[in-house]
Design a binder for this molecule. Structure first.
Ligand code: MG
Length: 391
């Protein structure tokens, strides 16, 4: 029986790579459903190549354009945010790859888990902001959660060397971003151009800034805590500028098991689809002799406040992670718009966390979304107030 896959968010970089991987995997992996937010042209091309049964777009305008572009094709077109949930629950689908950015991807991820599907998670929101809820639902309904993020895929692979109870610590690696080795004082002077100049990766502006503040890694700490059910105090971060060791697990006997590979998303995507099997795929072999040296260093907690906050947020749980994430999104947007300085991103995040009344237990999706909206409004209010003081 072939694996029947829905890709939610198929036109983004993860979605496009997933289709390349599936194409290379051959007939045992079938694309049943594709969805896109607005990139209708690309979605139509993908549908032509992969002939899914369903395609979904966010609005009826997009659906009309898609219908015109898909002239002569049989795929059923679904419309609106609920269509993602519909696809995630469909009996025609056994594996859901979720790569929808933002809170929009949450209901469908939870629906897939509730239906006991294999859920390959490529976006950070399901685990970073709804990790407690998602892992509880997955446990109750026998859904397998498979990480696609390179760090979590590495930990997931290393974990197969032992039991959760045998883990001494998880070590997440980080490239360190443009401000590796900077002092807190040096960060005060950082400009937008400097923050956008990542030494290794070319990425979108939001994720580049998150890598500069190490917020990206902070959210990964929270994700790992839920995904692997390990207390957050056993999760560490090491800066590893070469980005070859994707993460490591230290077991109680002192053995450290790591996963290495070229920095290439196709490998973790493929492993999430083929797990527990491994097959030859698109990834090129790693040549360690050409790389020669692998360096590791501890991140400076005073410089990267996001990391320190992540531990508090993960320990608090409940609605704290969603506020942490939403406040950061709003603050990064303000930084990219030239409204605040780099260091003020974390000031705003910290203030939101301070002012938030955390709900700690049995938090529902609605409560998570409410807290998300609250944090965004609070950042906006702060920004308006501070502008008034400035003038
Ligand atoms: Mg990552």
């Amino acid at each position: 029986m072939p694996r029947r896959i829905a890709i939610l968010g198929s036109t983004g970089s993860i979605g496009r790579n997933a289709l390349r991987v599936i194409d290379a995997l051959g007939p045992d992996y079938v694309v049943v459903a594709l969805s896109a937010h607005t990139s209708v042209e690309l979605l139509a091309e993908q549908a032509k190549q992969f002939e899914p049964r369903f395609v979904a777009v966010s609005s009826s305008d997009h659906a009309r354009r898609l219908r015109a572009l898909m002239d002569g094709q049989k795929a059923e077109i679904l419309v609106g945010p609920e269509s993602l949930t519909e696809l995630a629950q469909s009996d025609d689908v056994d594996t859901v790859l979720t790569a929808v950015v933002g809170a929009a991807g949450l209901p469908s991820a939870l629906a897939a888990a509730r239906c006991g599907k294999r859920l390959a998670i490529a976006n950070k929101e399901p685990l970073a902001i709804a990790g407690e809820l998602l892992t509880r639902i997955a446990r109750e309904h026998g859904s397998t959660l498979l990480p696609v993020d390179s760090e979590h895929s590495a930990v997931f692979q290393a974990m197969q060397s032992g039991l959760v109870a045998e883990v001494r610590k998880i070590i997440l690696t980080a490239s360190g971003g443009p401000f590796r080795g900077a002092s807190p004082d040096q960060l005060e002077e950082v400009t937008l151009e400097q923050a956008l100049a990542h030494p290794v990766w070319r990425m979108g502006p939001k994720i580049t800034i998150d890598s500069a503040t190490m917020m990206n890694k902070a959210l990964e700490i929270i994700e790992a805590r839920w995904l692997f059910d390990v207390p957050v105090d056993r999760i560490e971060v090491l800066i590893h500028p070469e980005s070859i060791v994707h993460s490591l697990v230290e077991f109680v006997d002192g053995s450290v098991v790591a996963q290495l590979g070229r920095p290439d998303m196709c490998l973790p995507i493929q492993y999430a689809l083929t797990y527990p099997r491994r097959v030859a795929g698109l990834s090129q072999p790693l040549k360690l002799d050409e790389i020669g040296c692998l360096r590791f260093e501890r991140p400076e907690p005073e410089t990267f406040r996001a990391l320190t906050l992540a531990y508090e947020v993960a320990r608090t749980g409940g609605t704290a992670p969603v506020v942490f994430n939403a406040a950061n999104e709003a603050a990064v947007e303000a930084f990219l718009a030239g409204r605040i300085r780099f260091v003020q991103i974390m000031d705003l995040v910290e203030r939101c966390l301070d002012e938030h009344n955390v709900k700690q237990r049995n938090v529902s999706l609605e409560e998570l979304l409410d807290a998300d909206g609250w944090a965004r409004r609070l950042v906006e209010r702060r920004l308006t107030l501070e502008r008034m003081i400035d003038y």
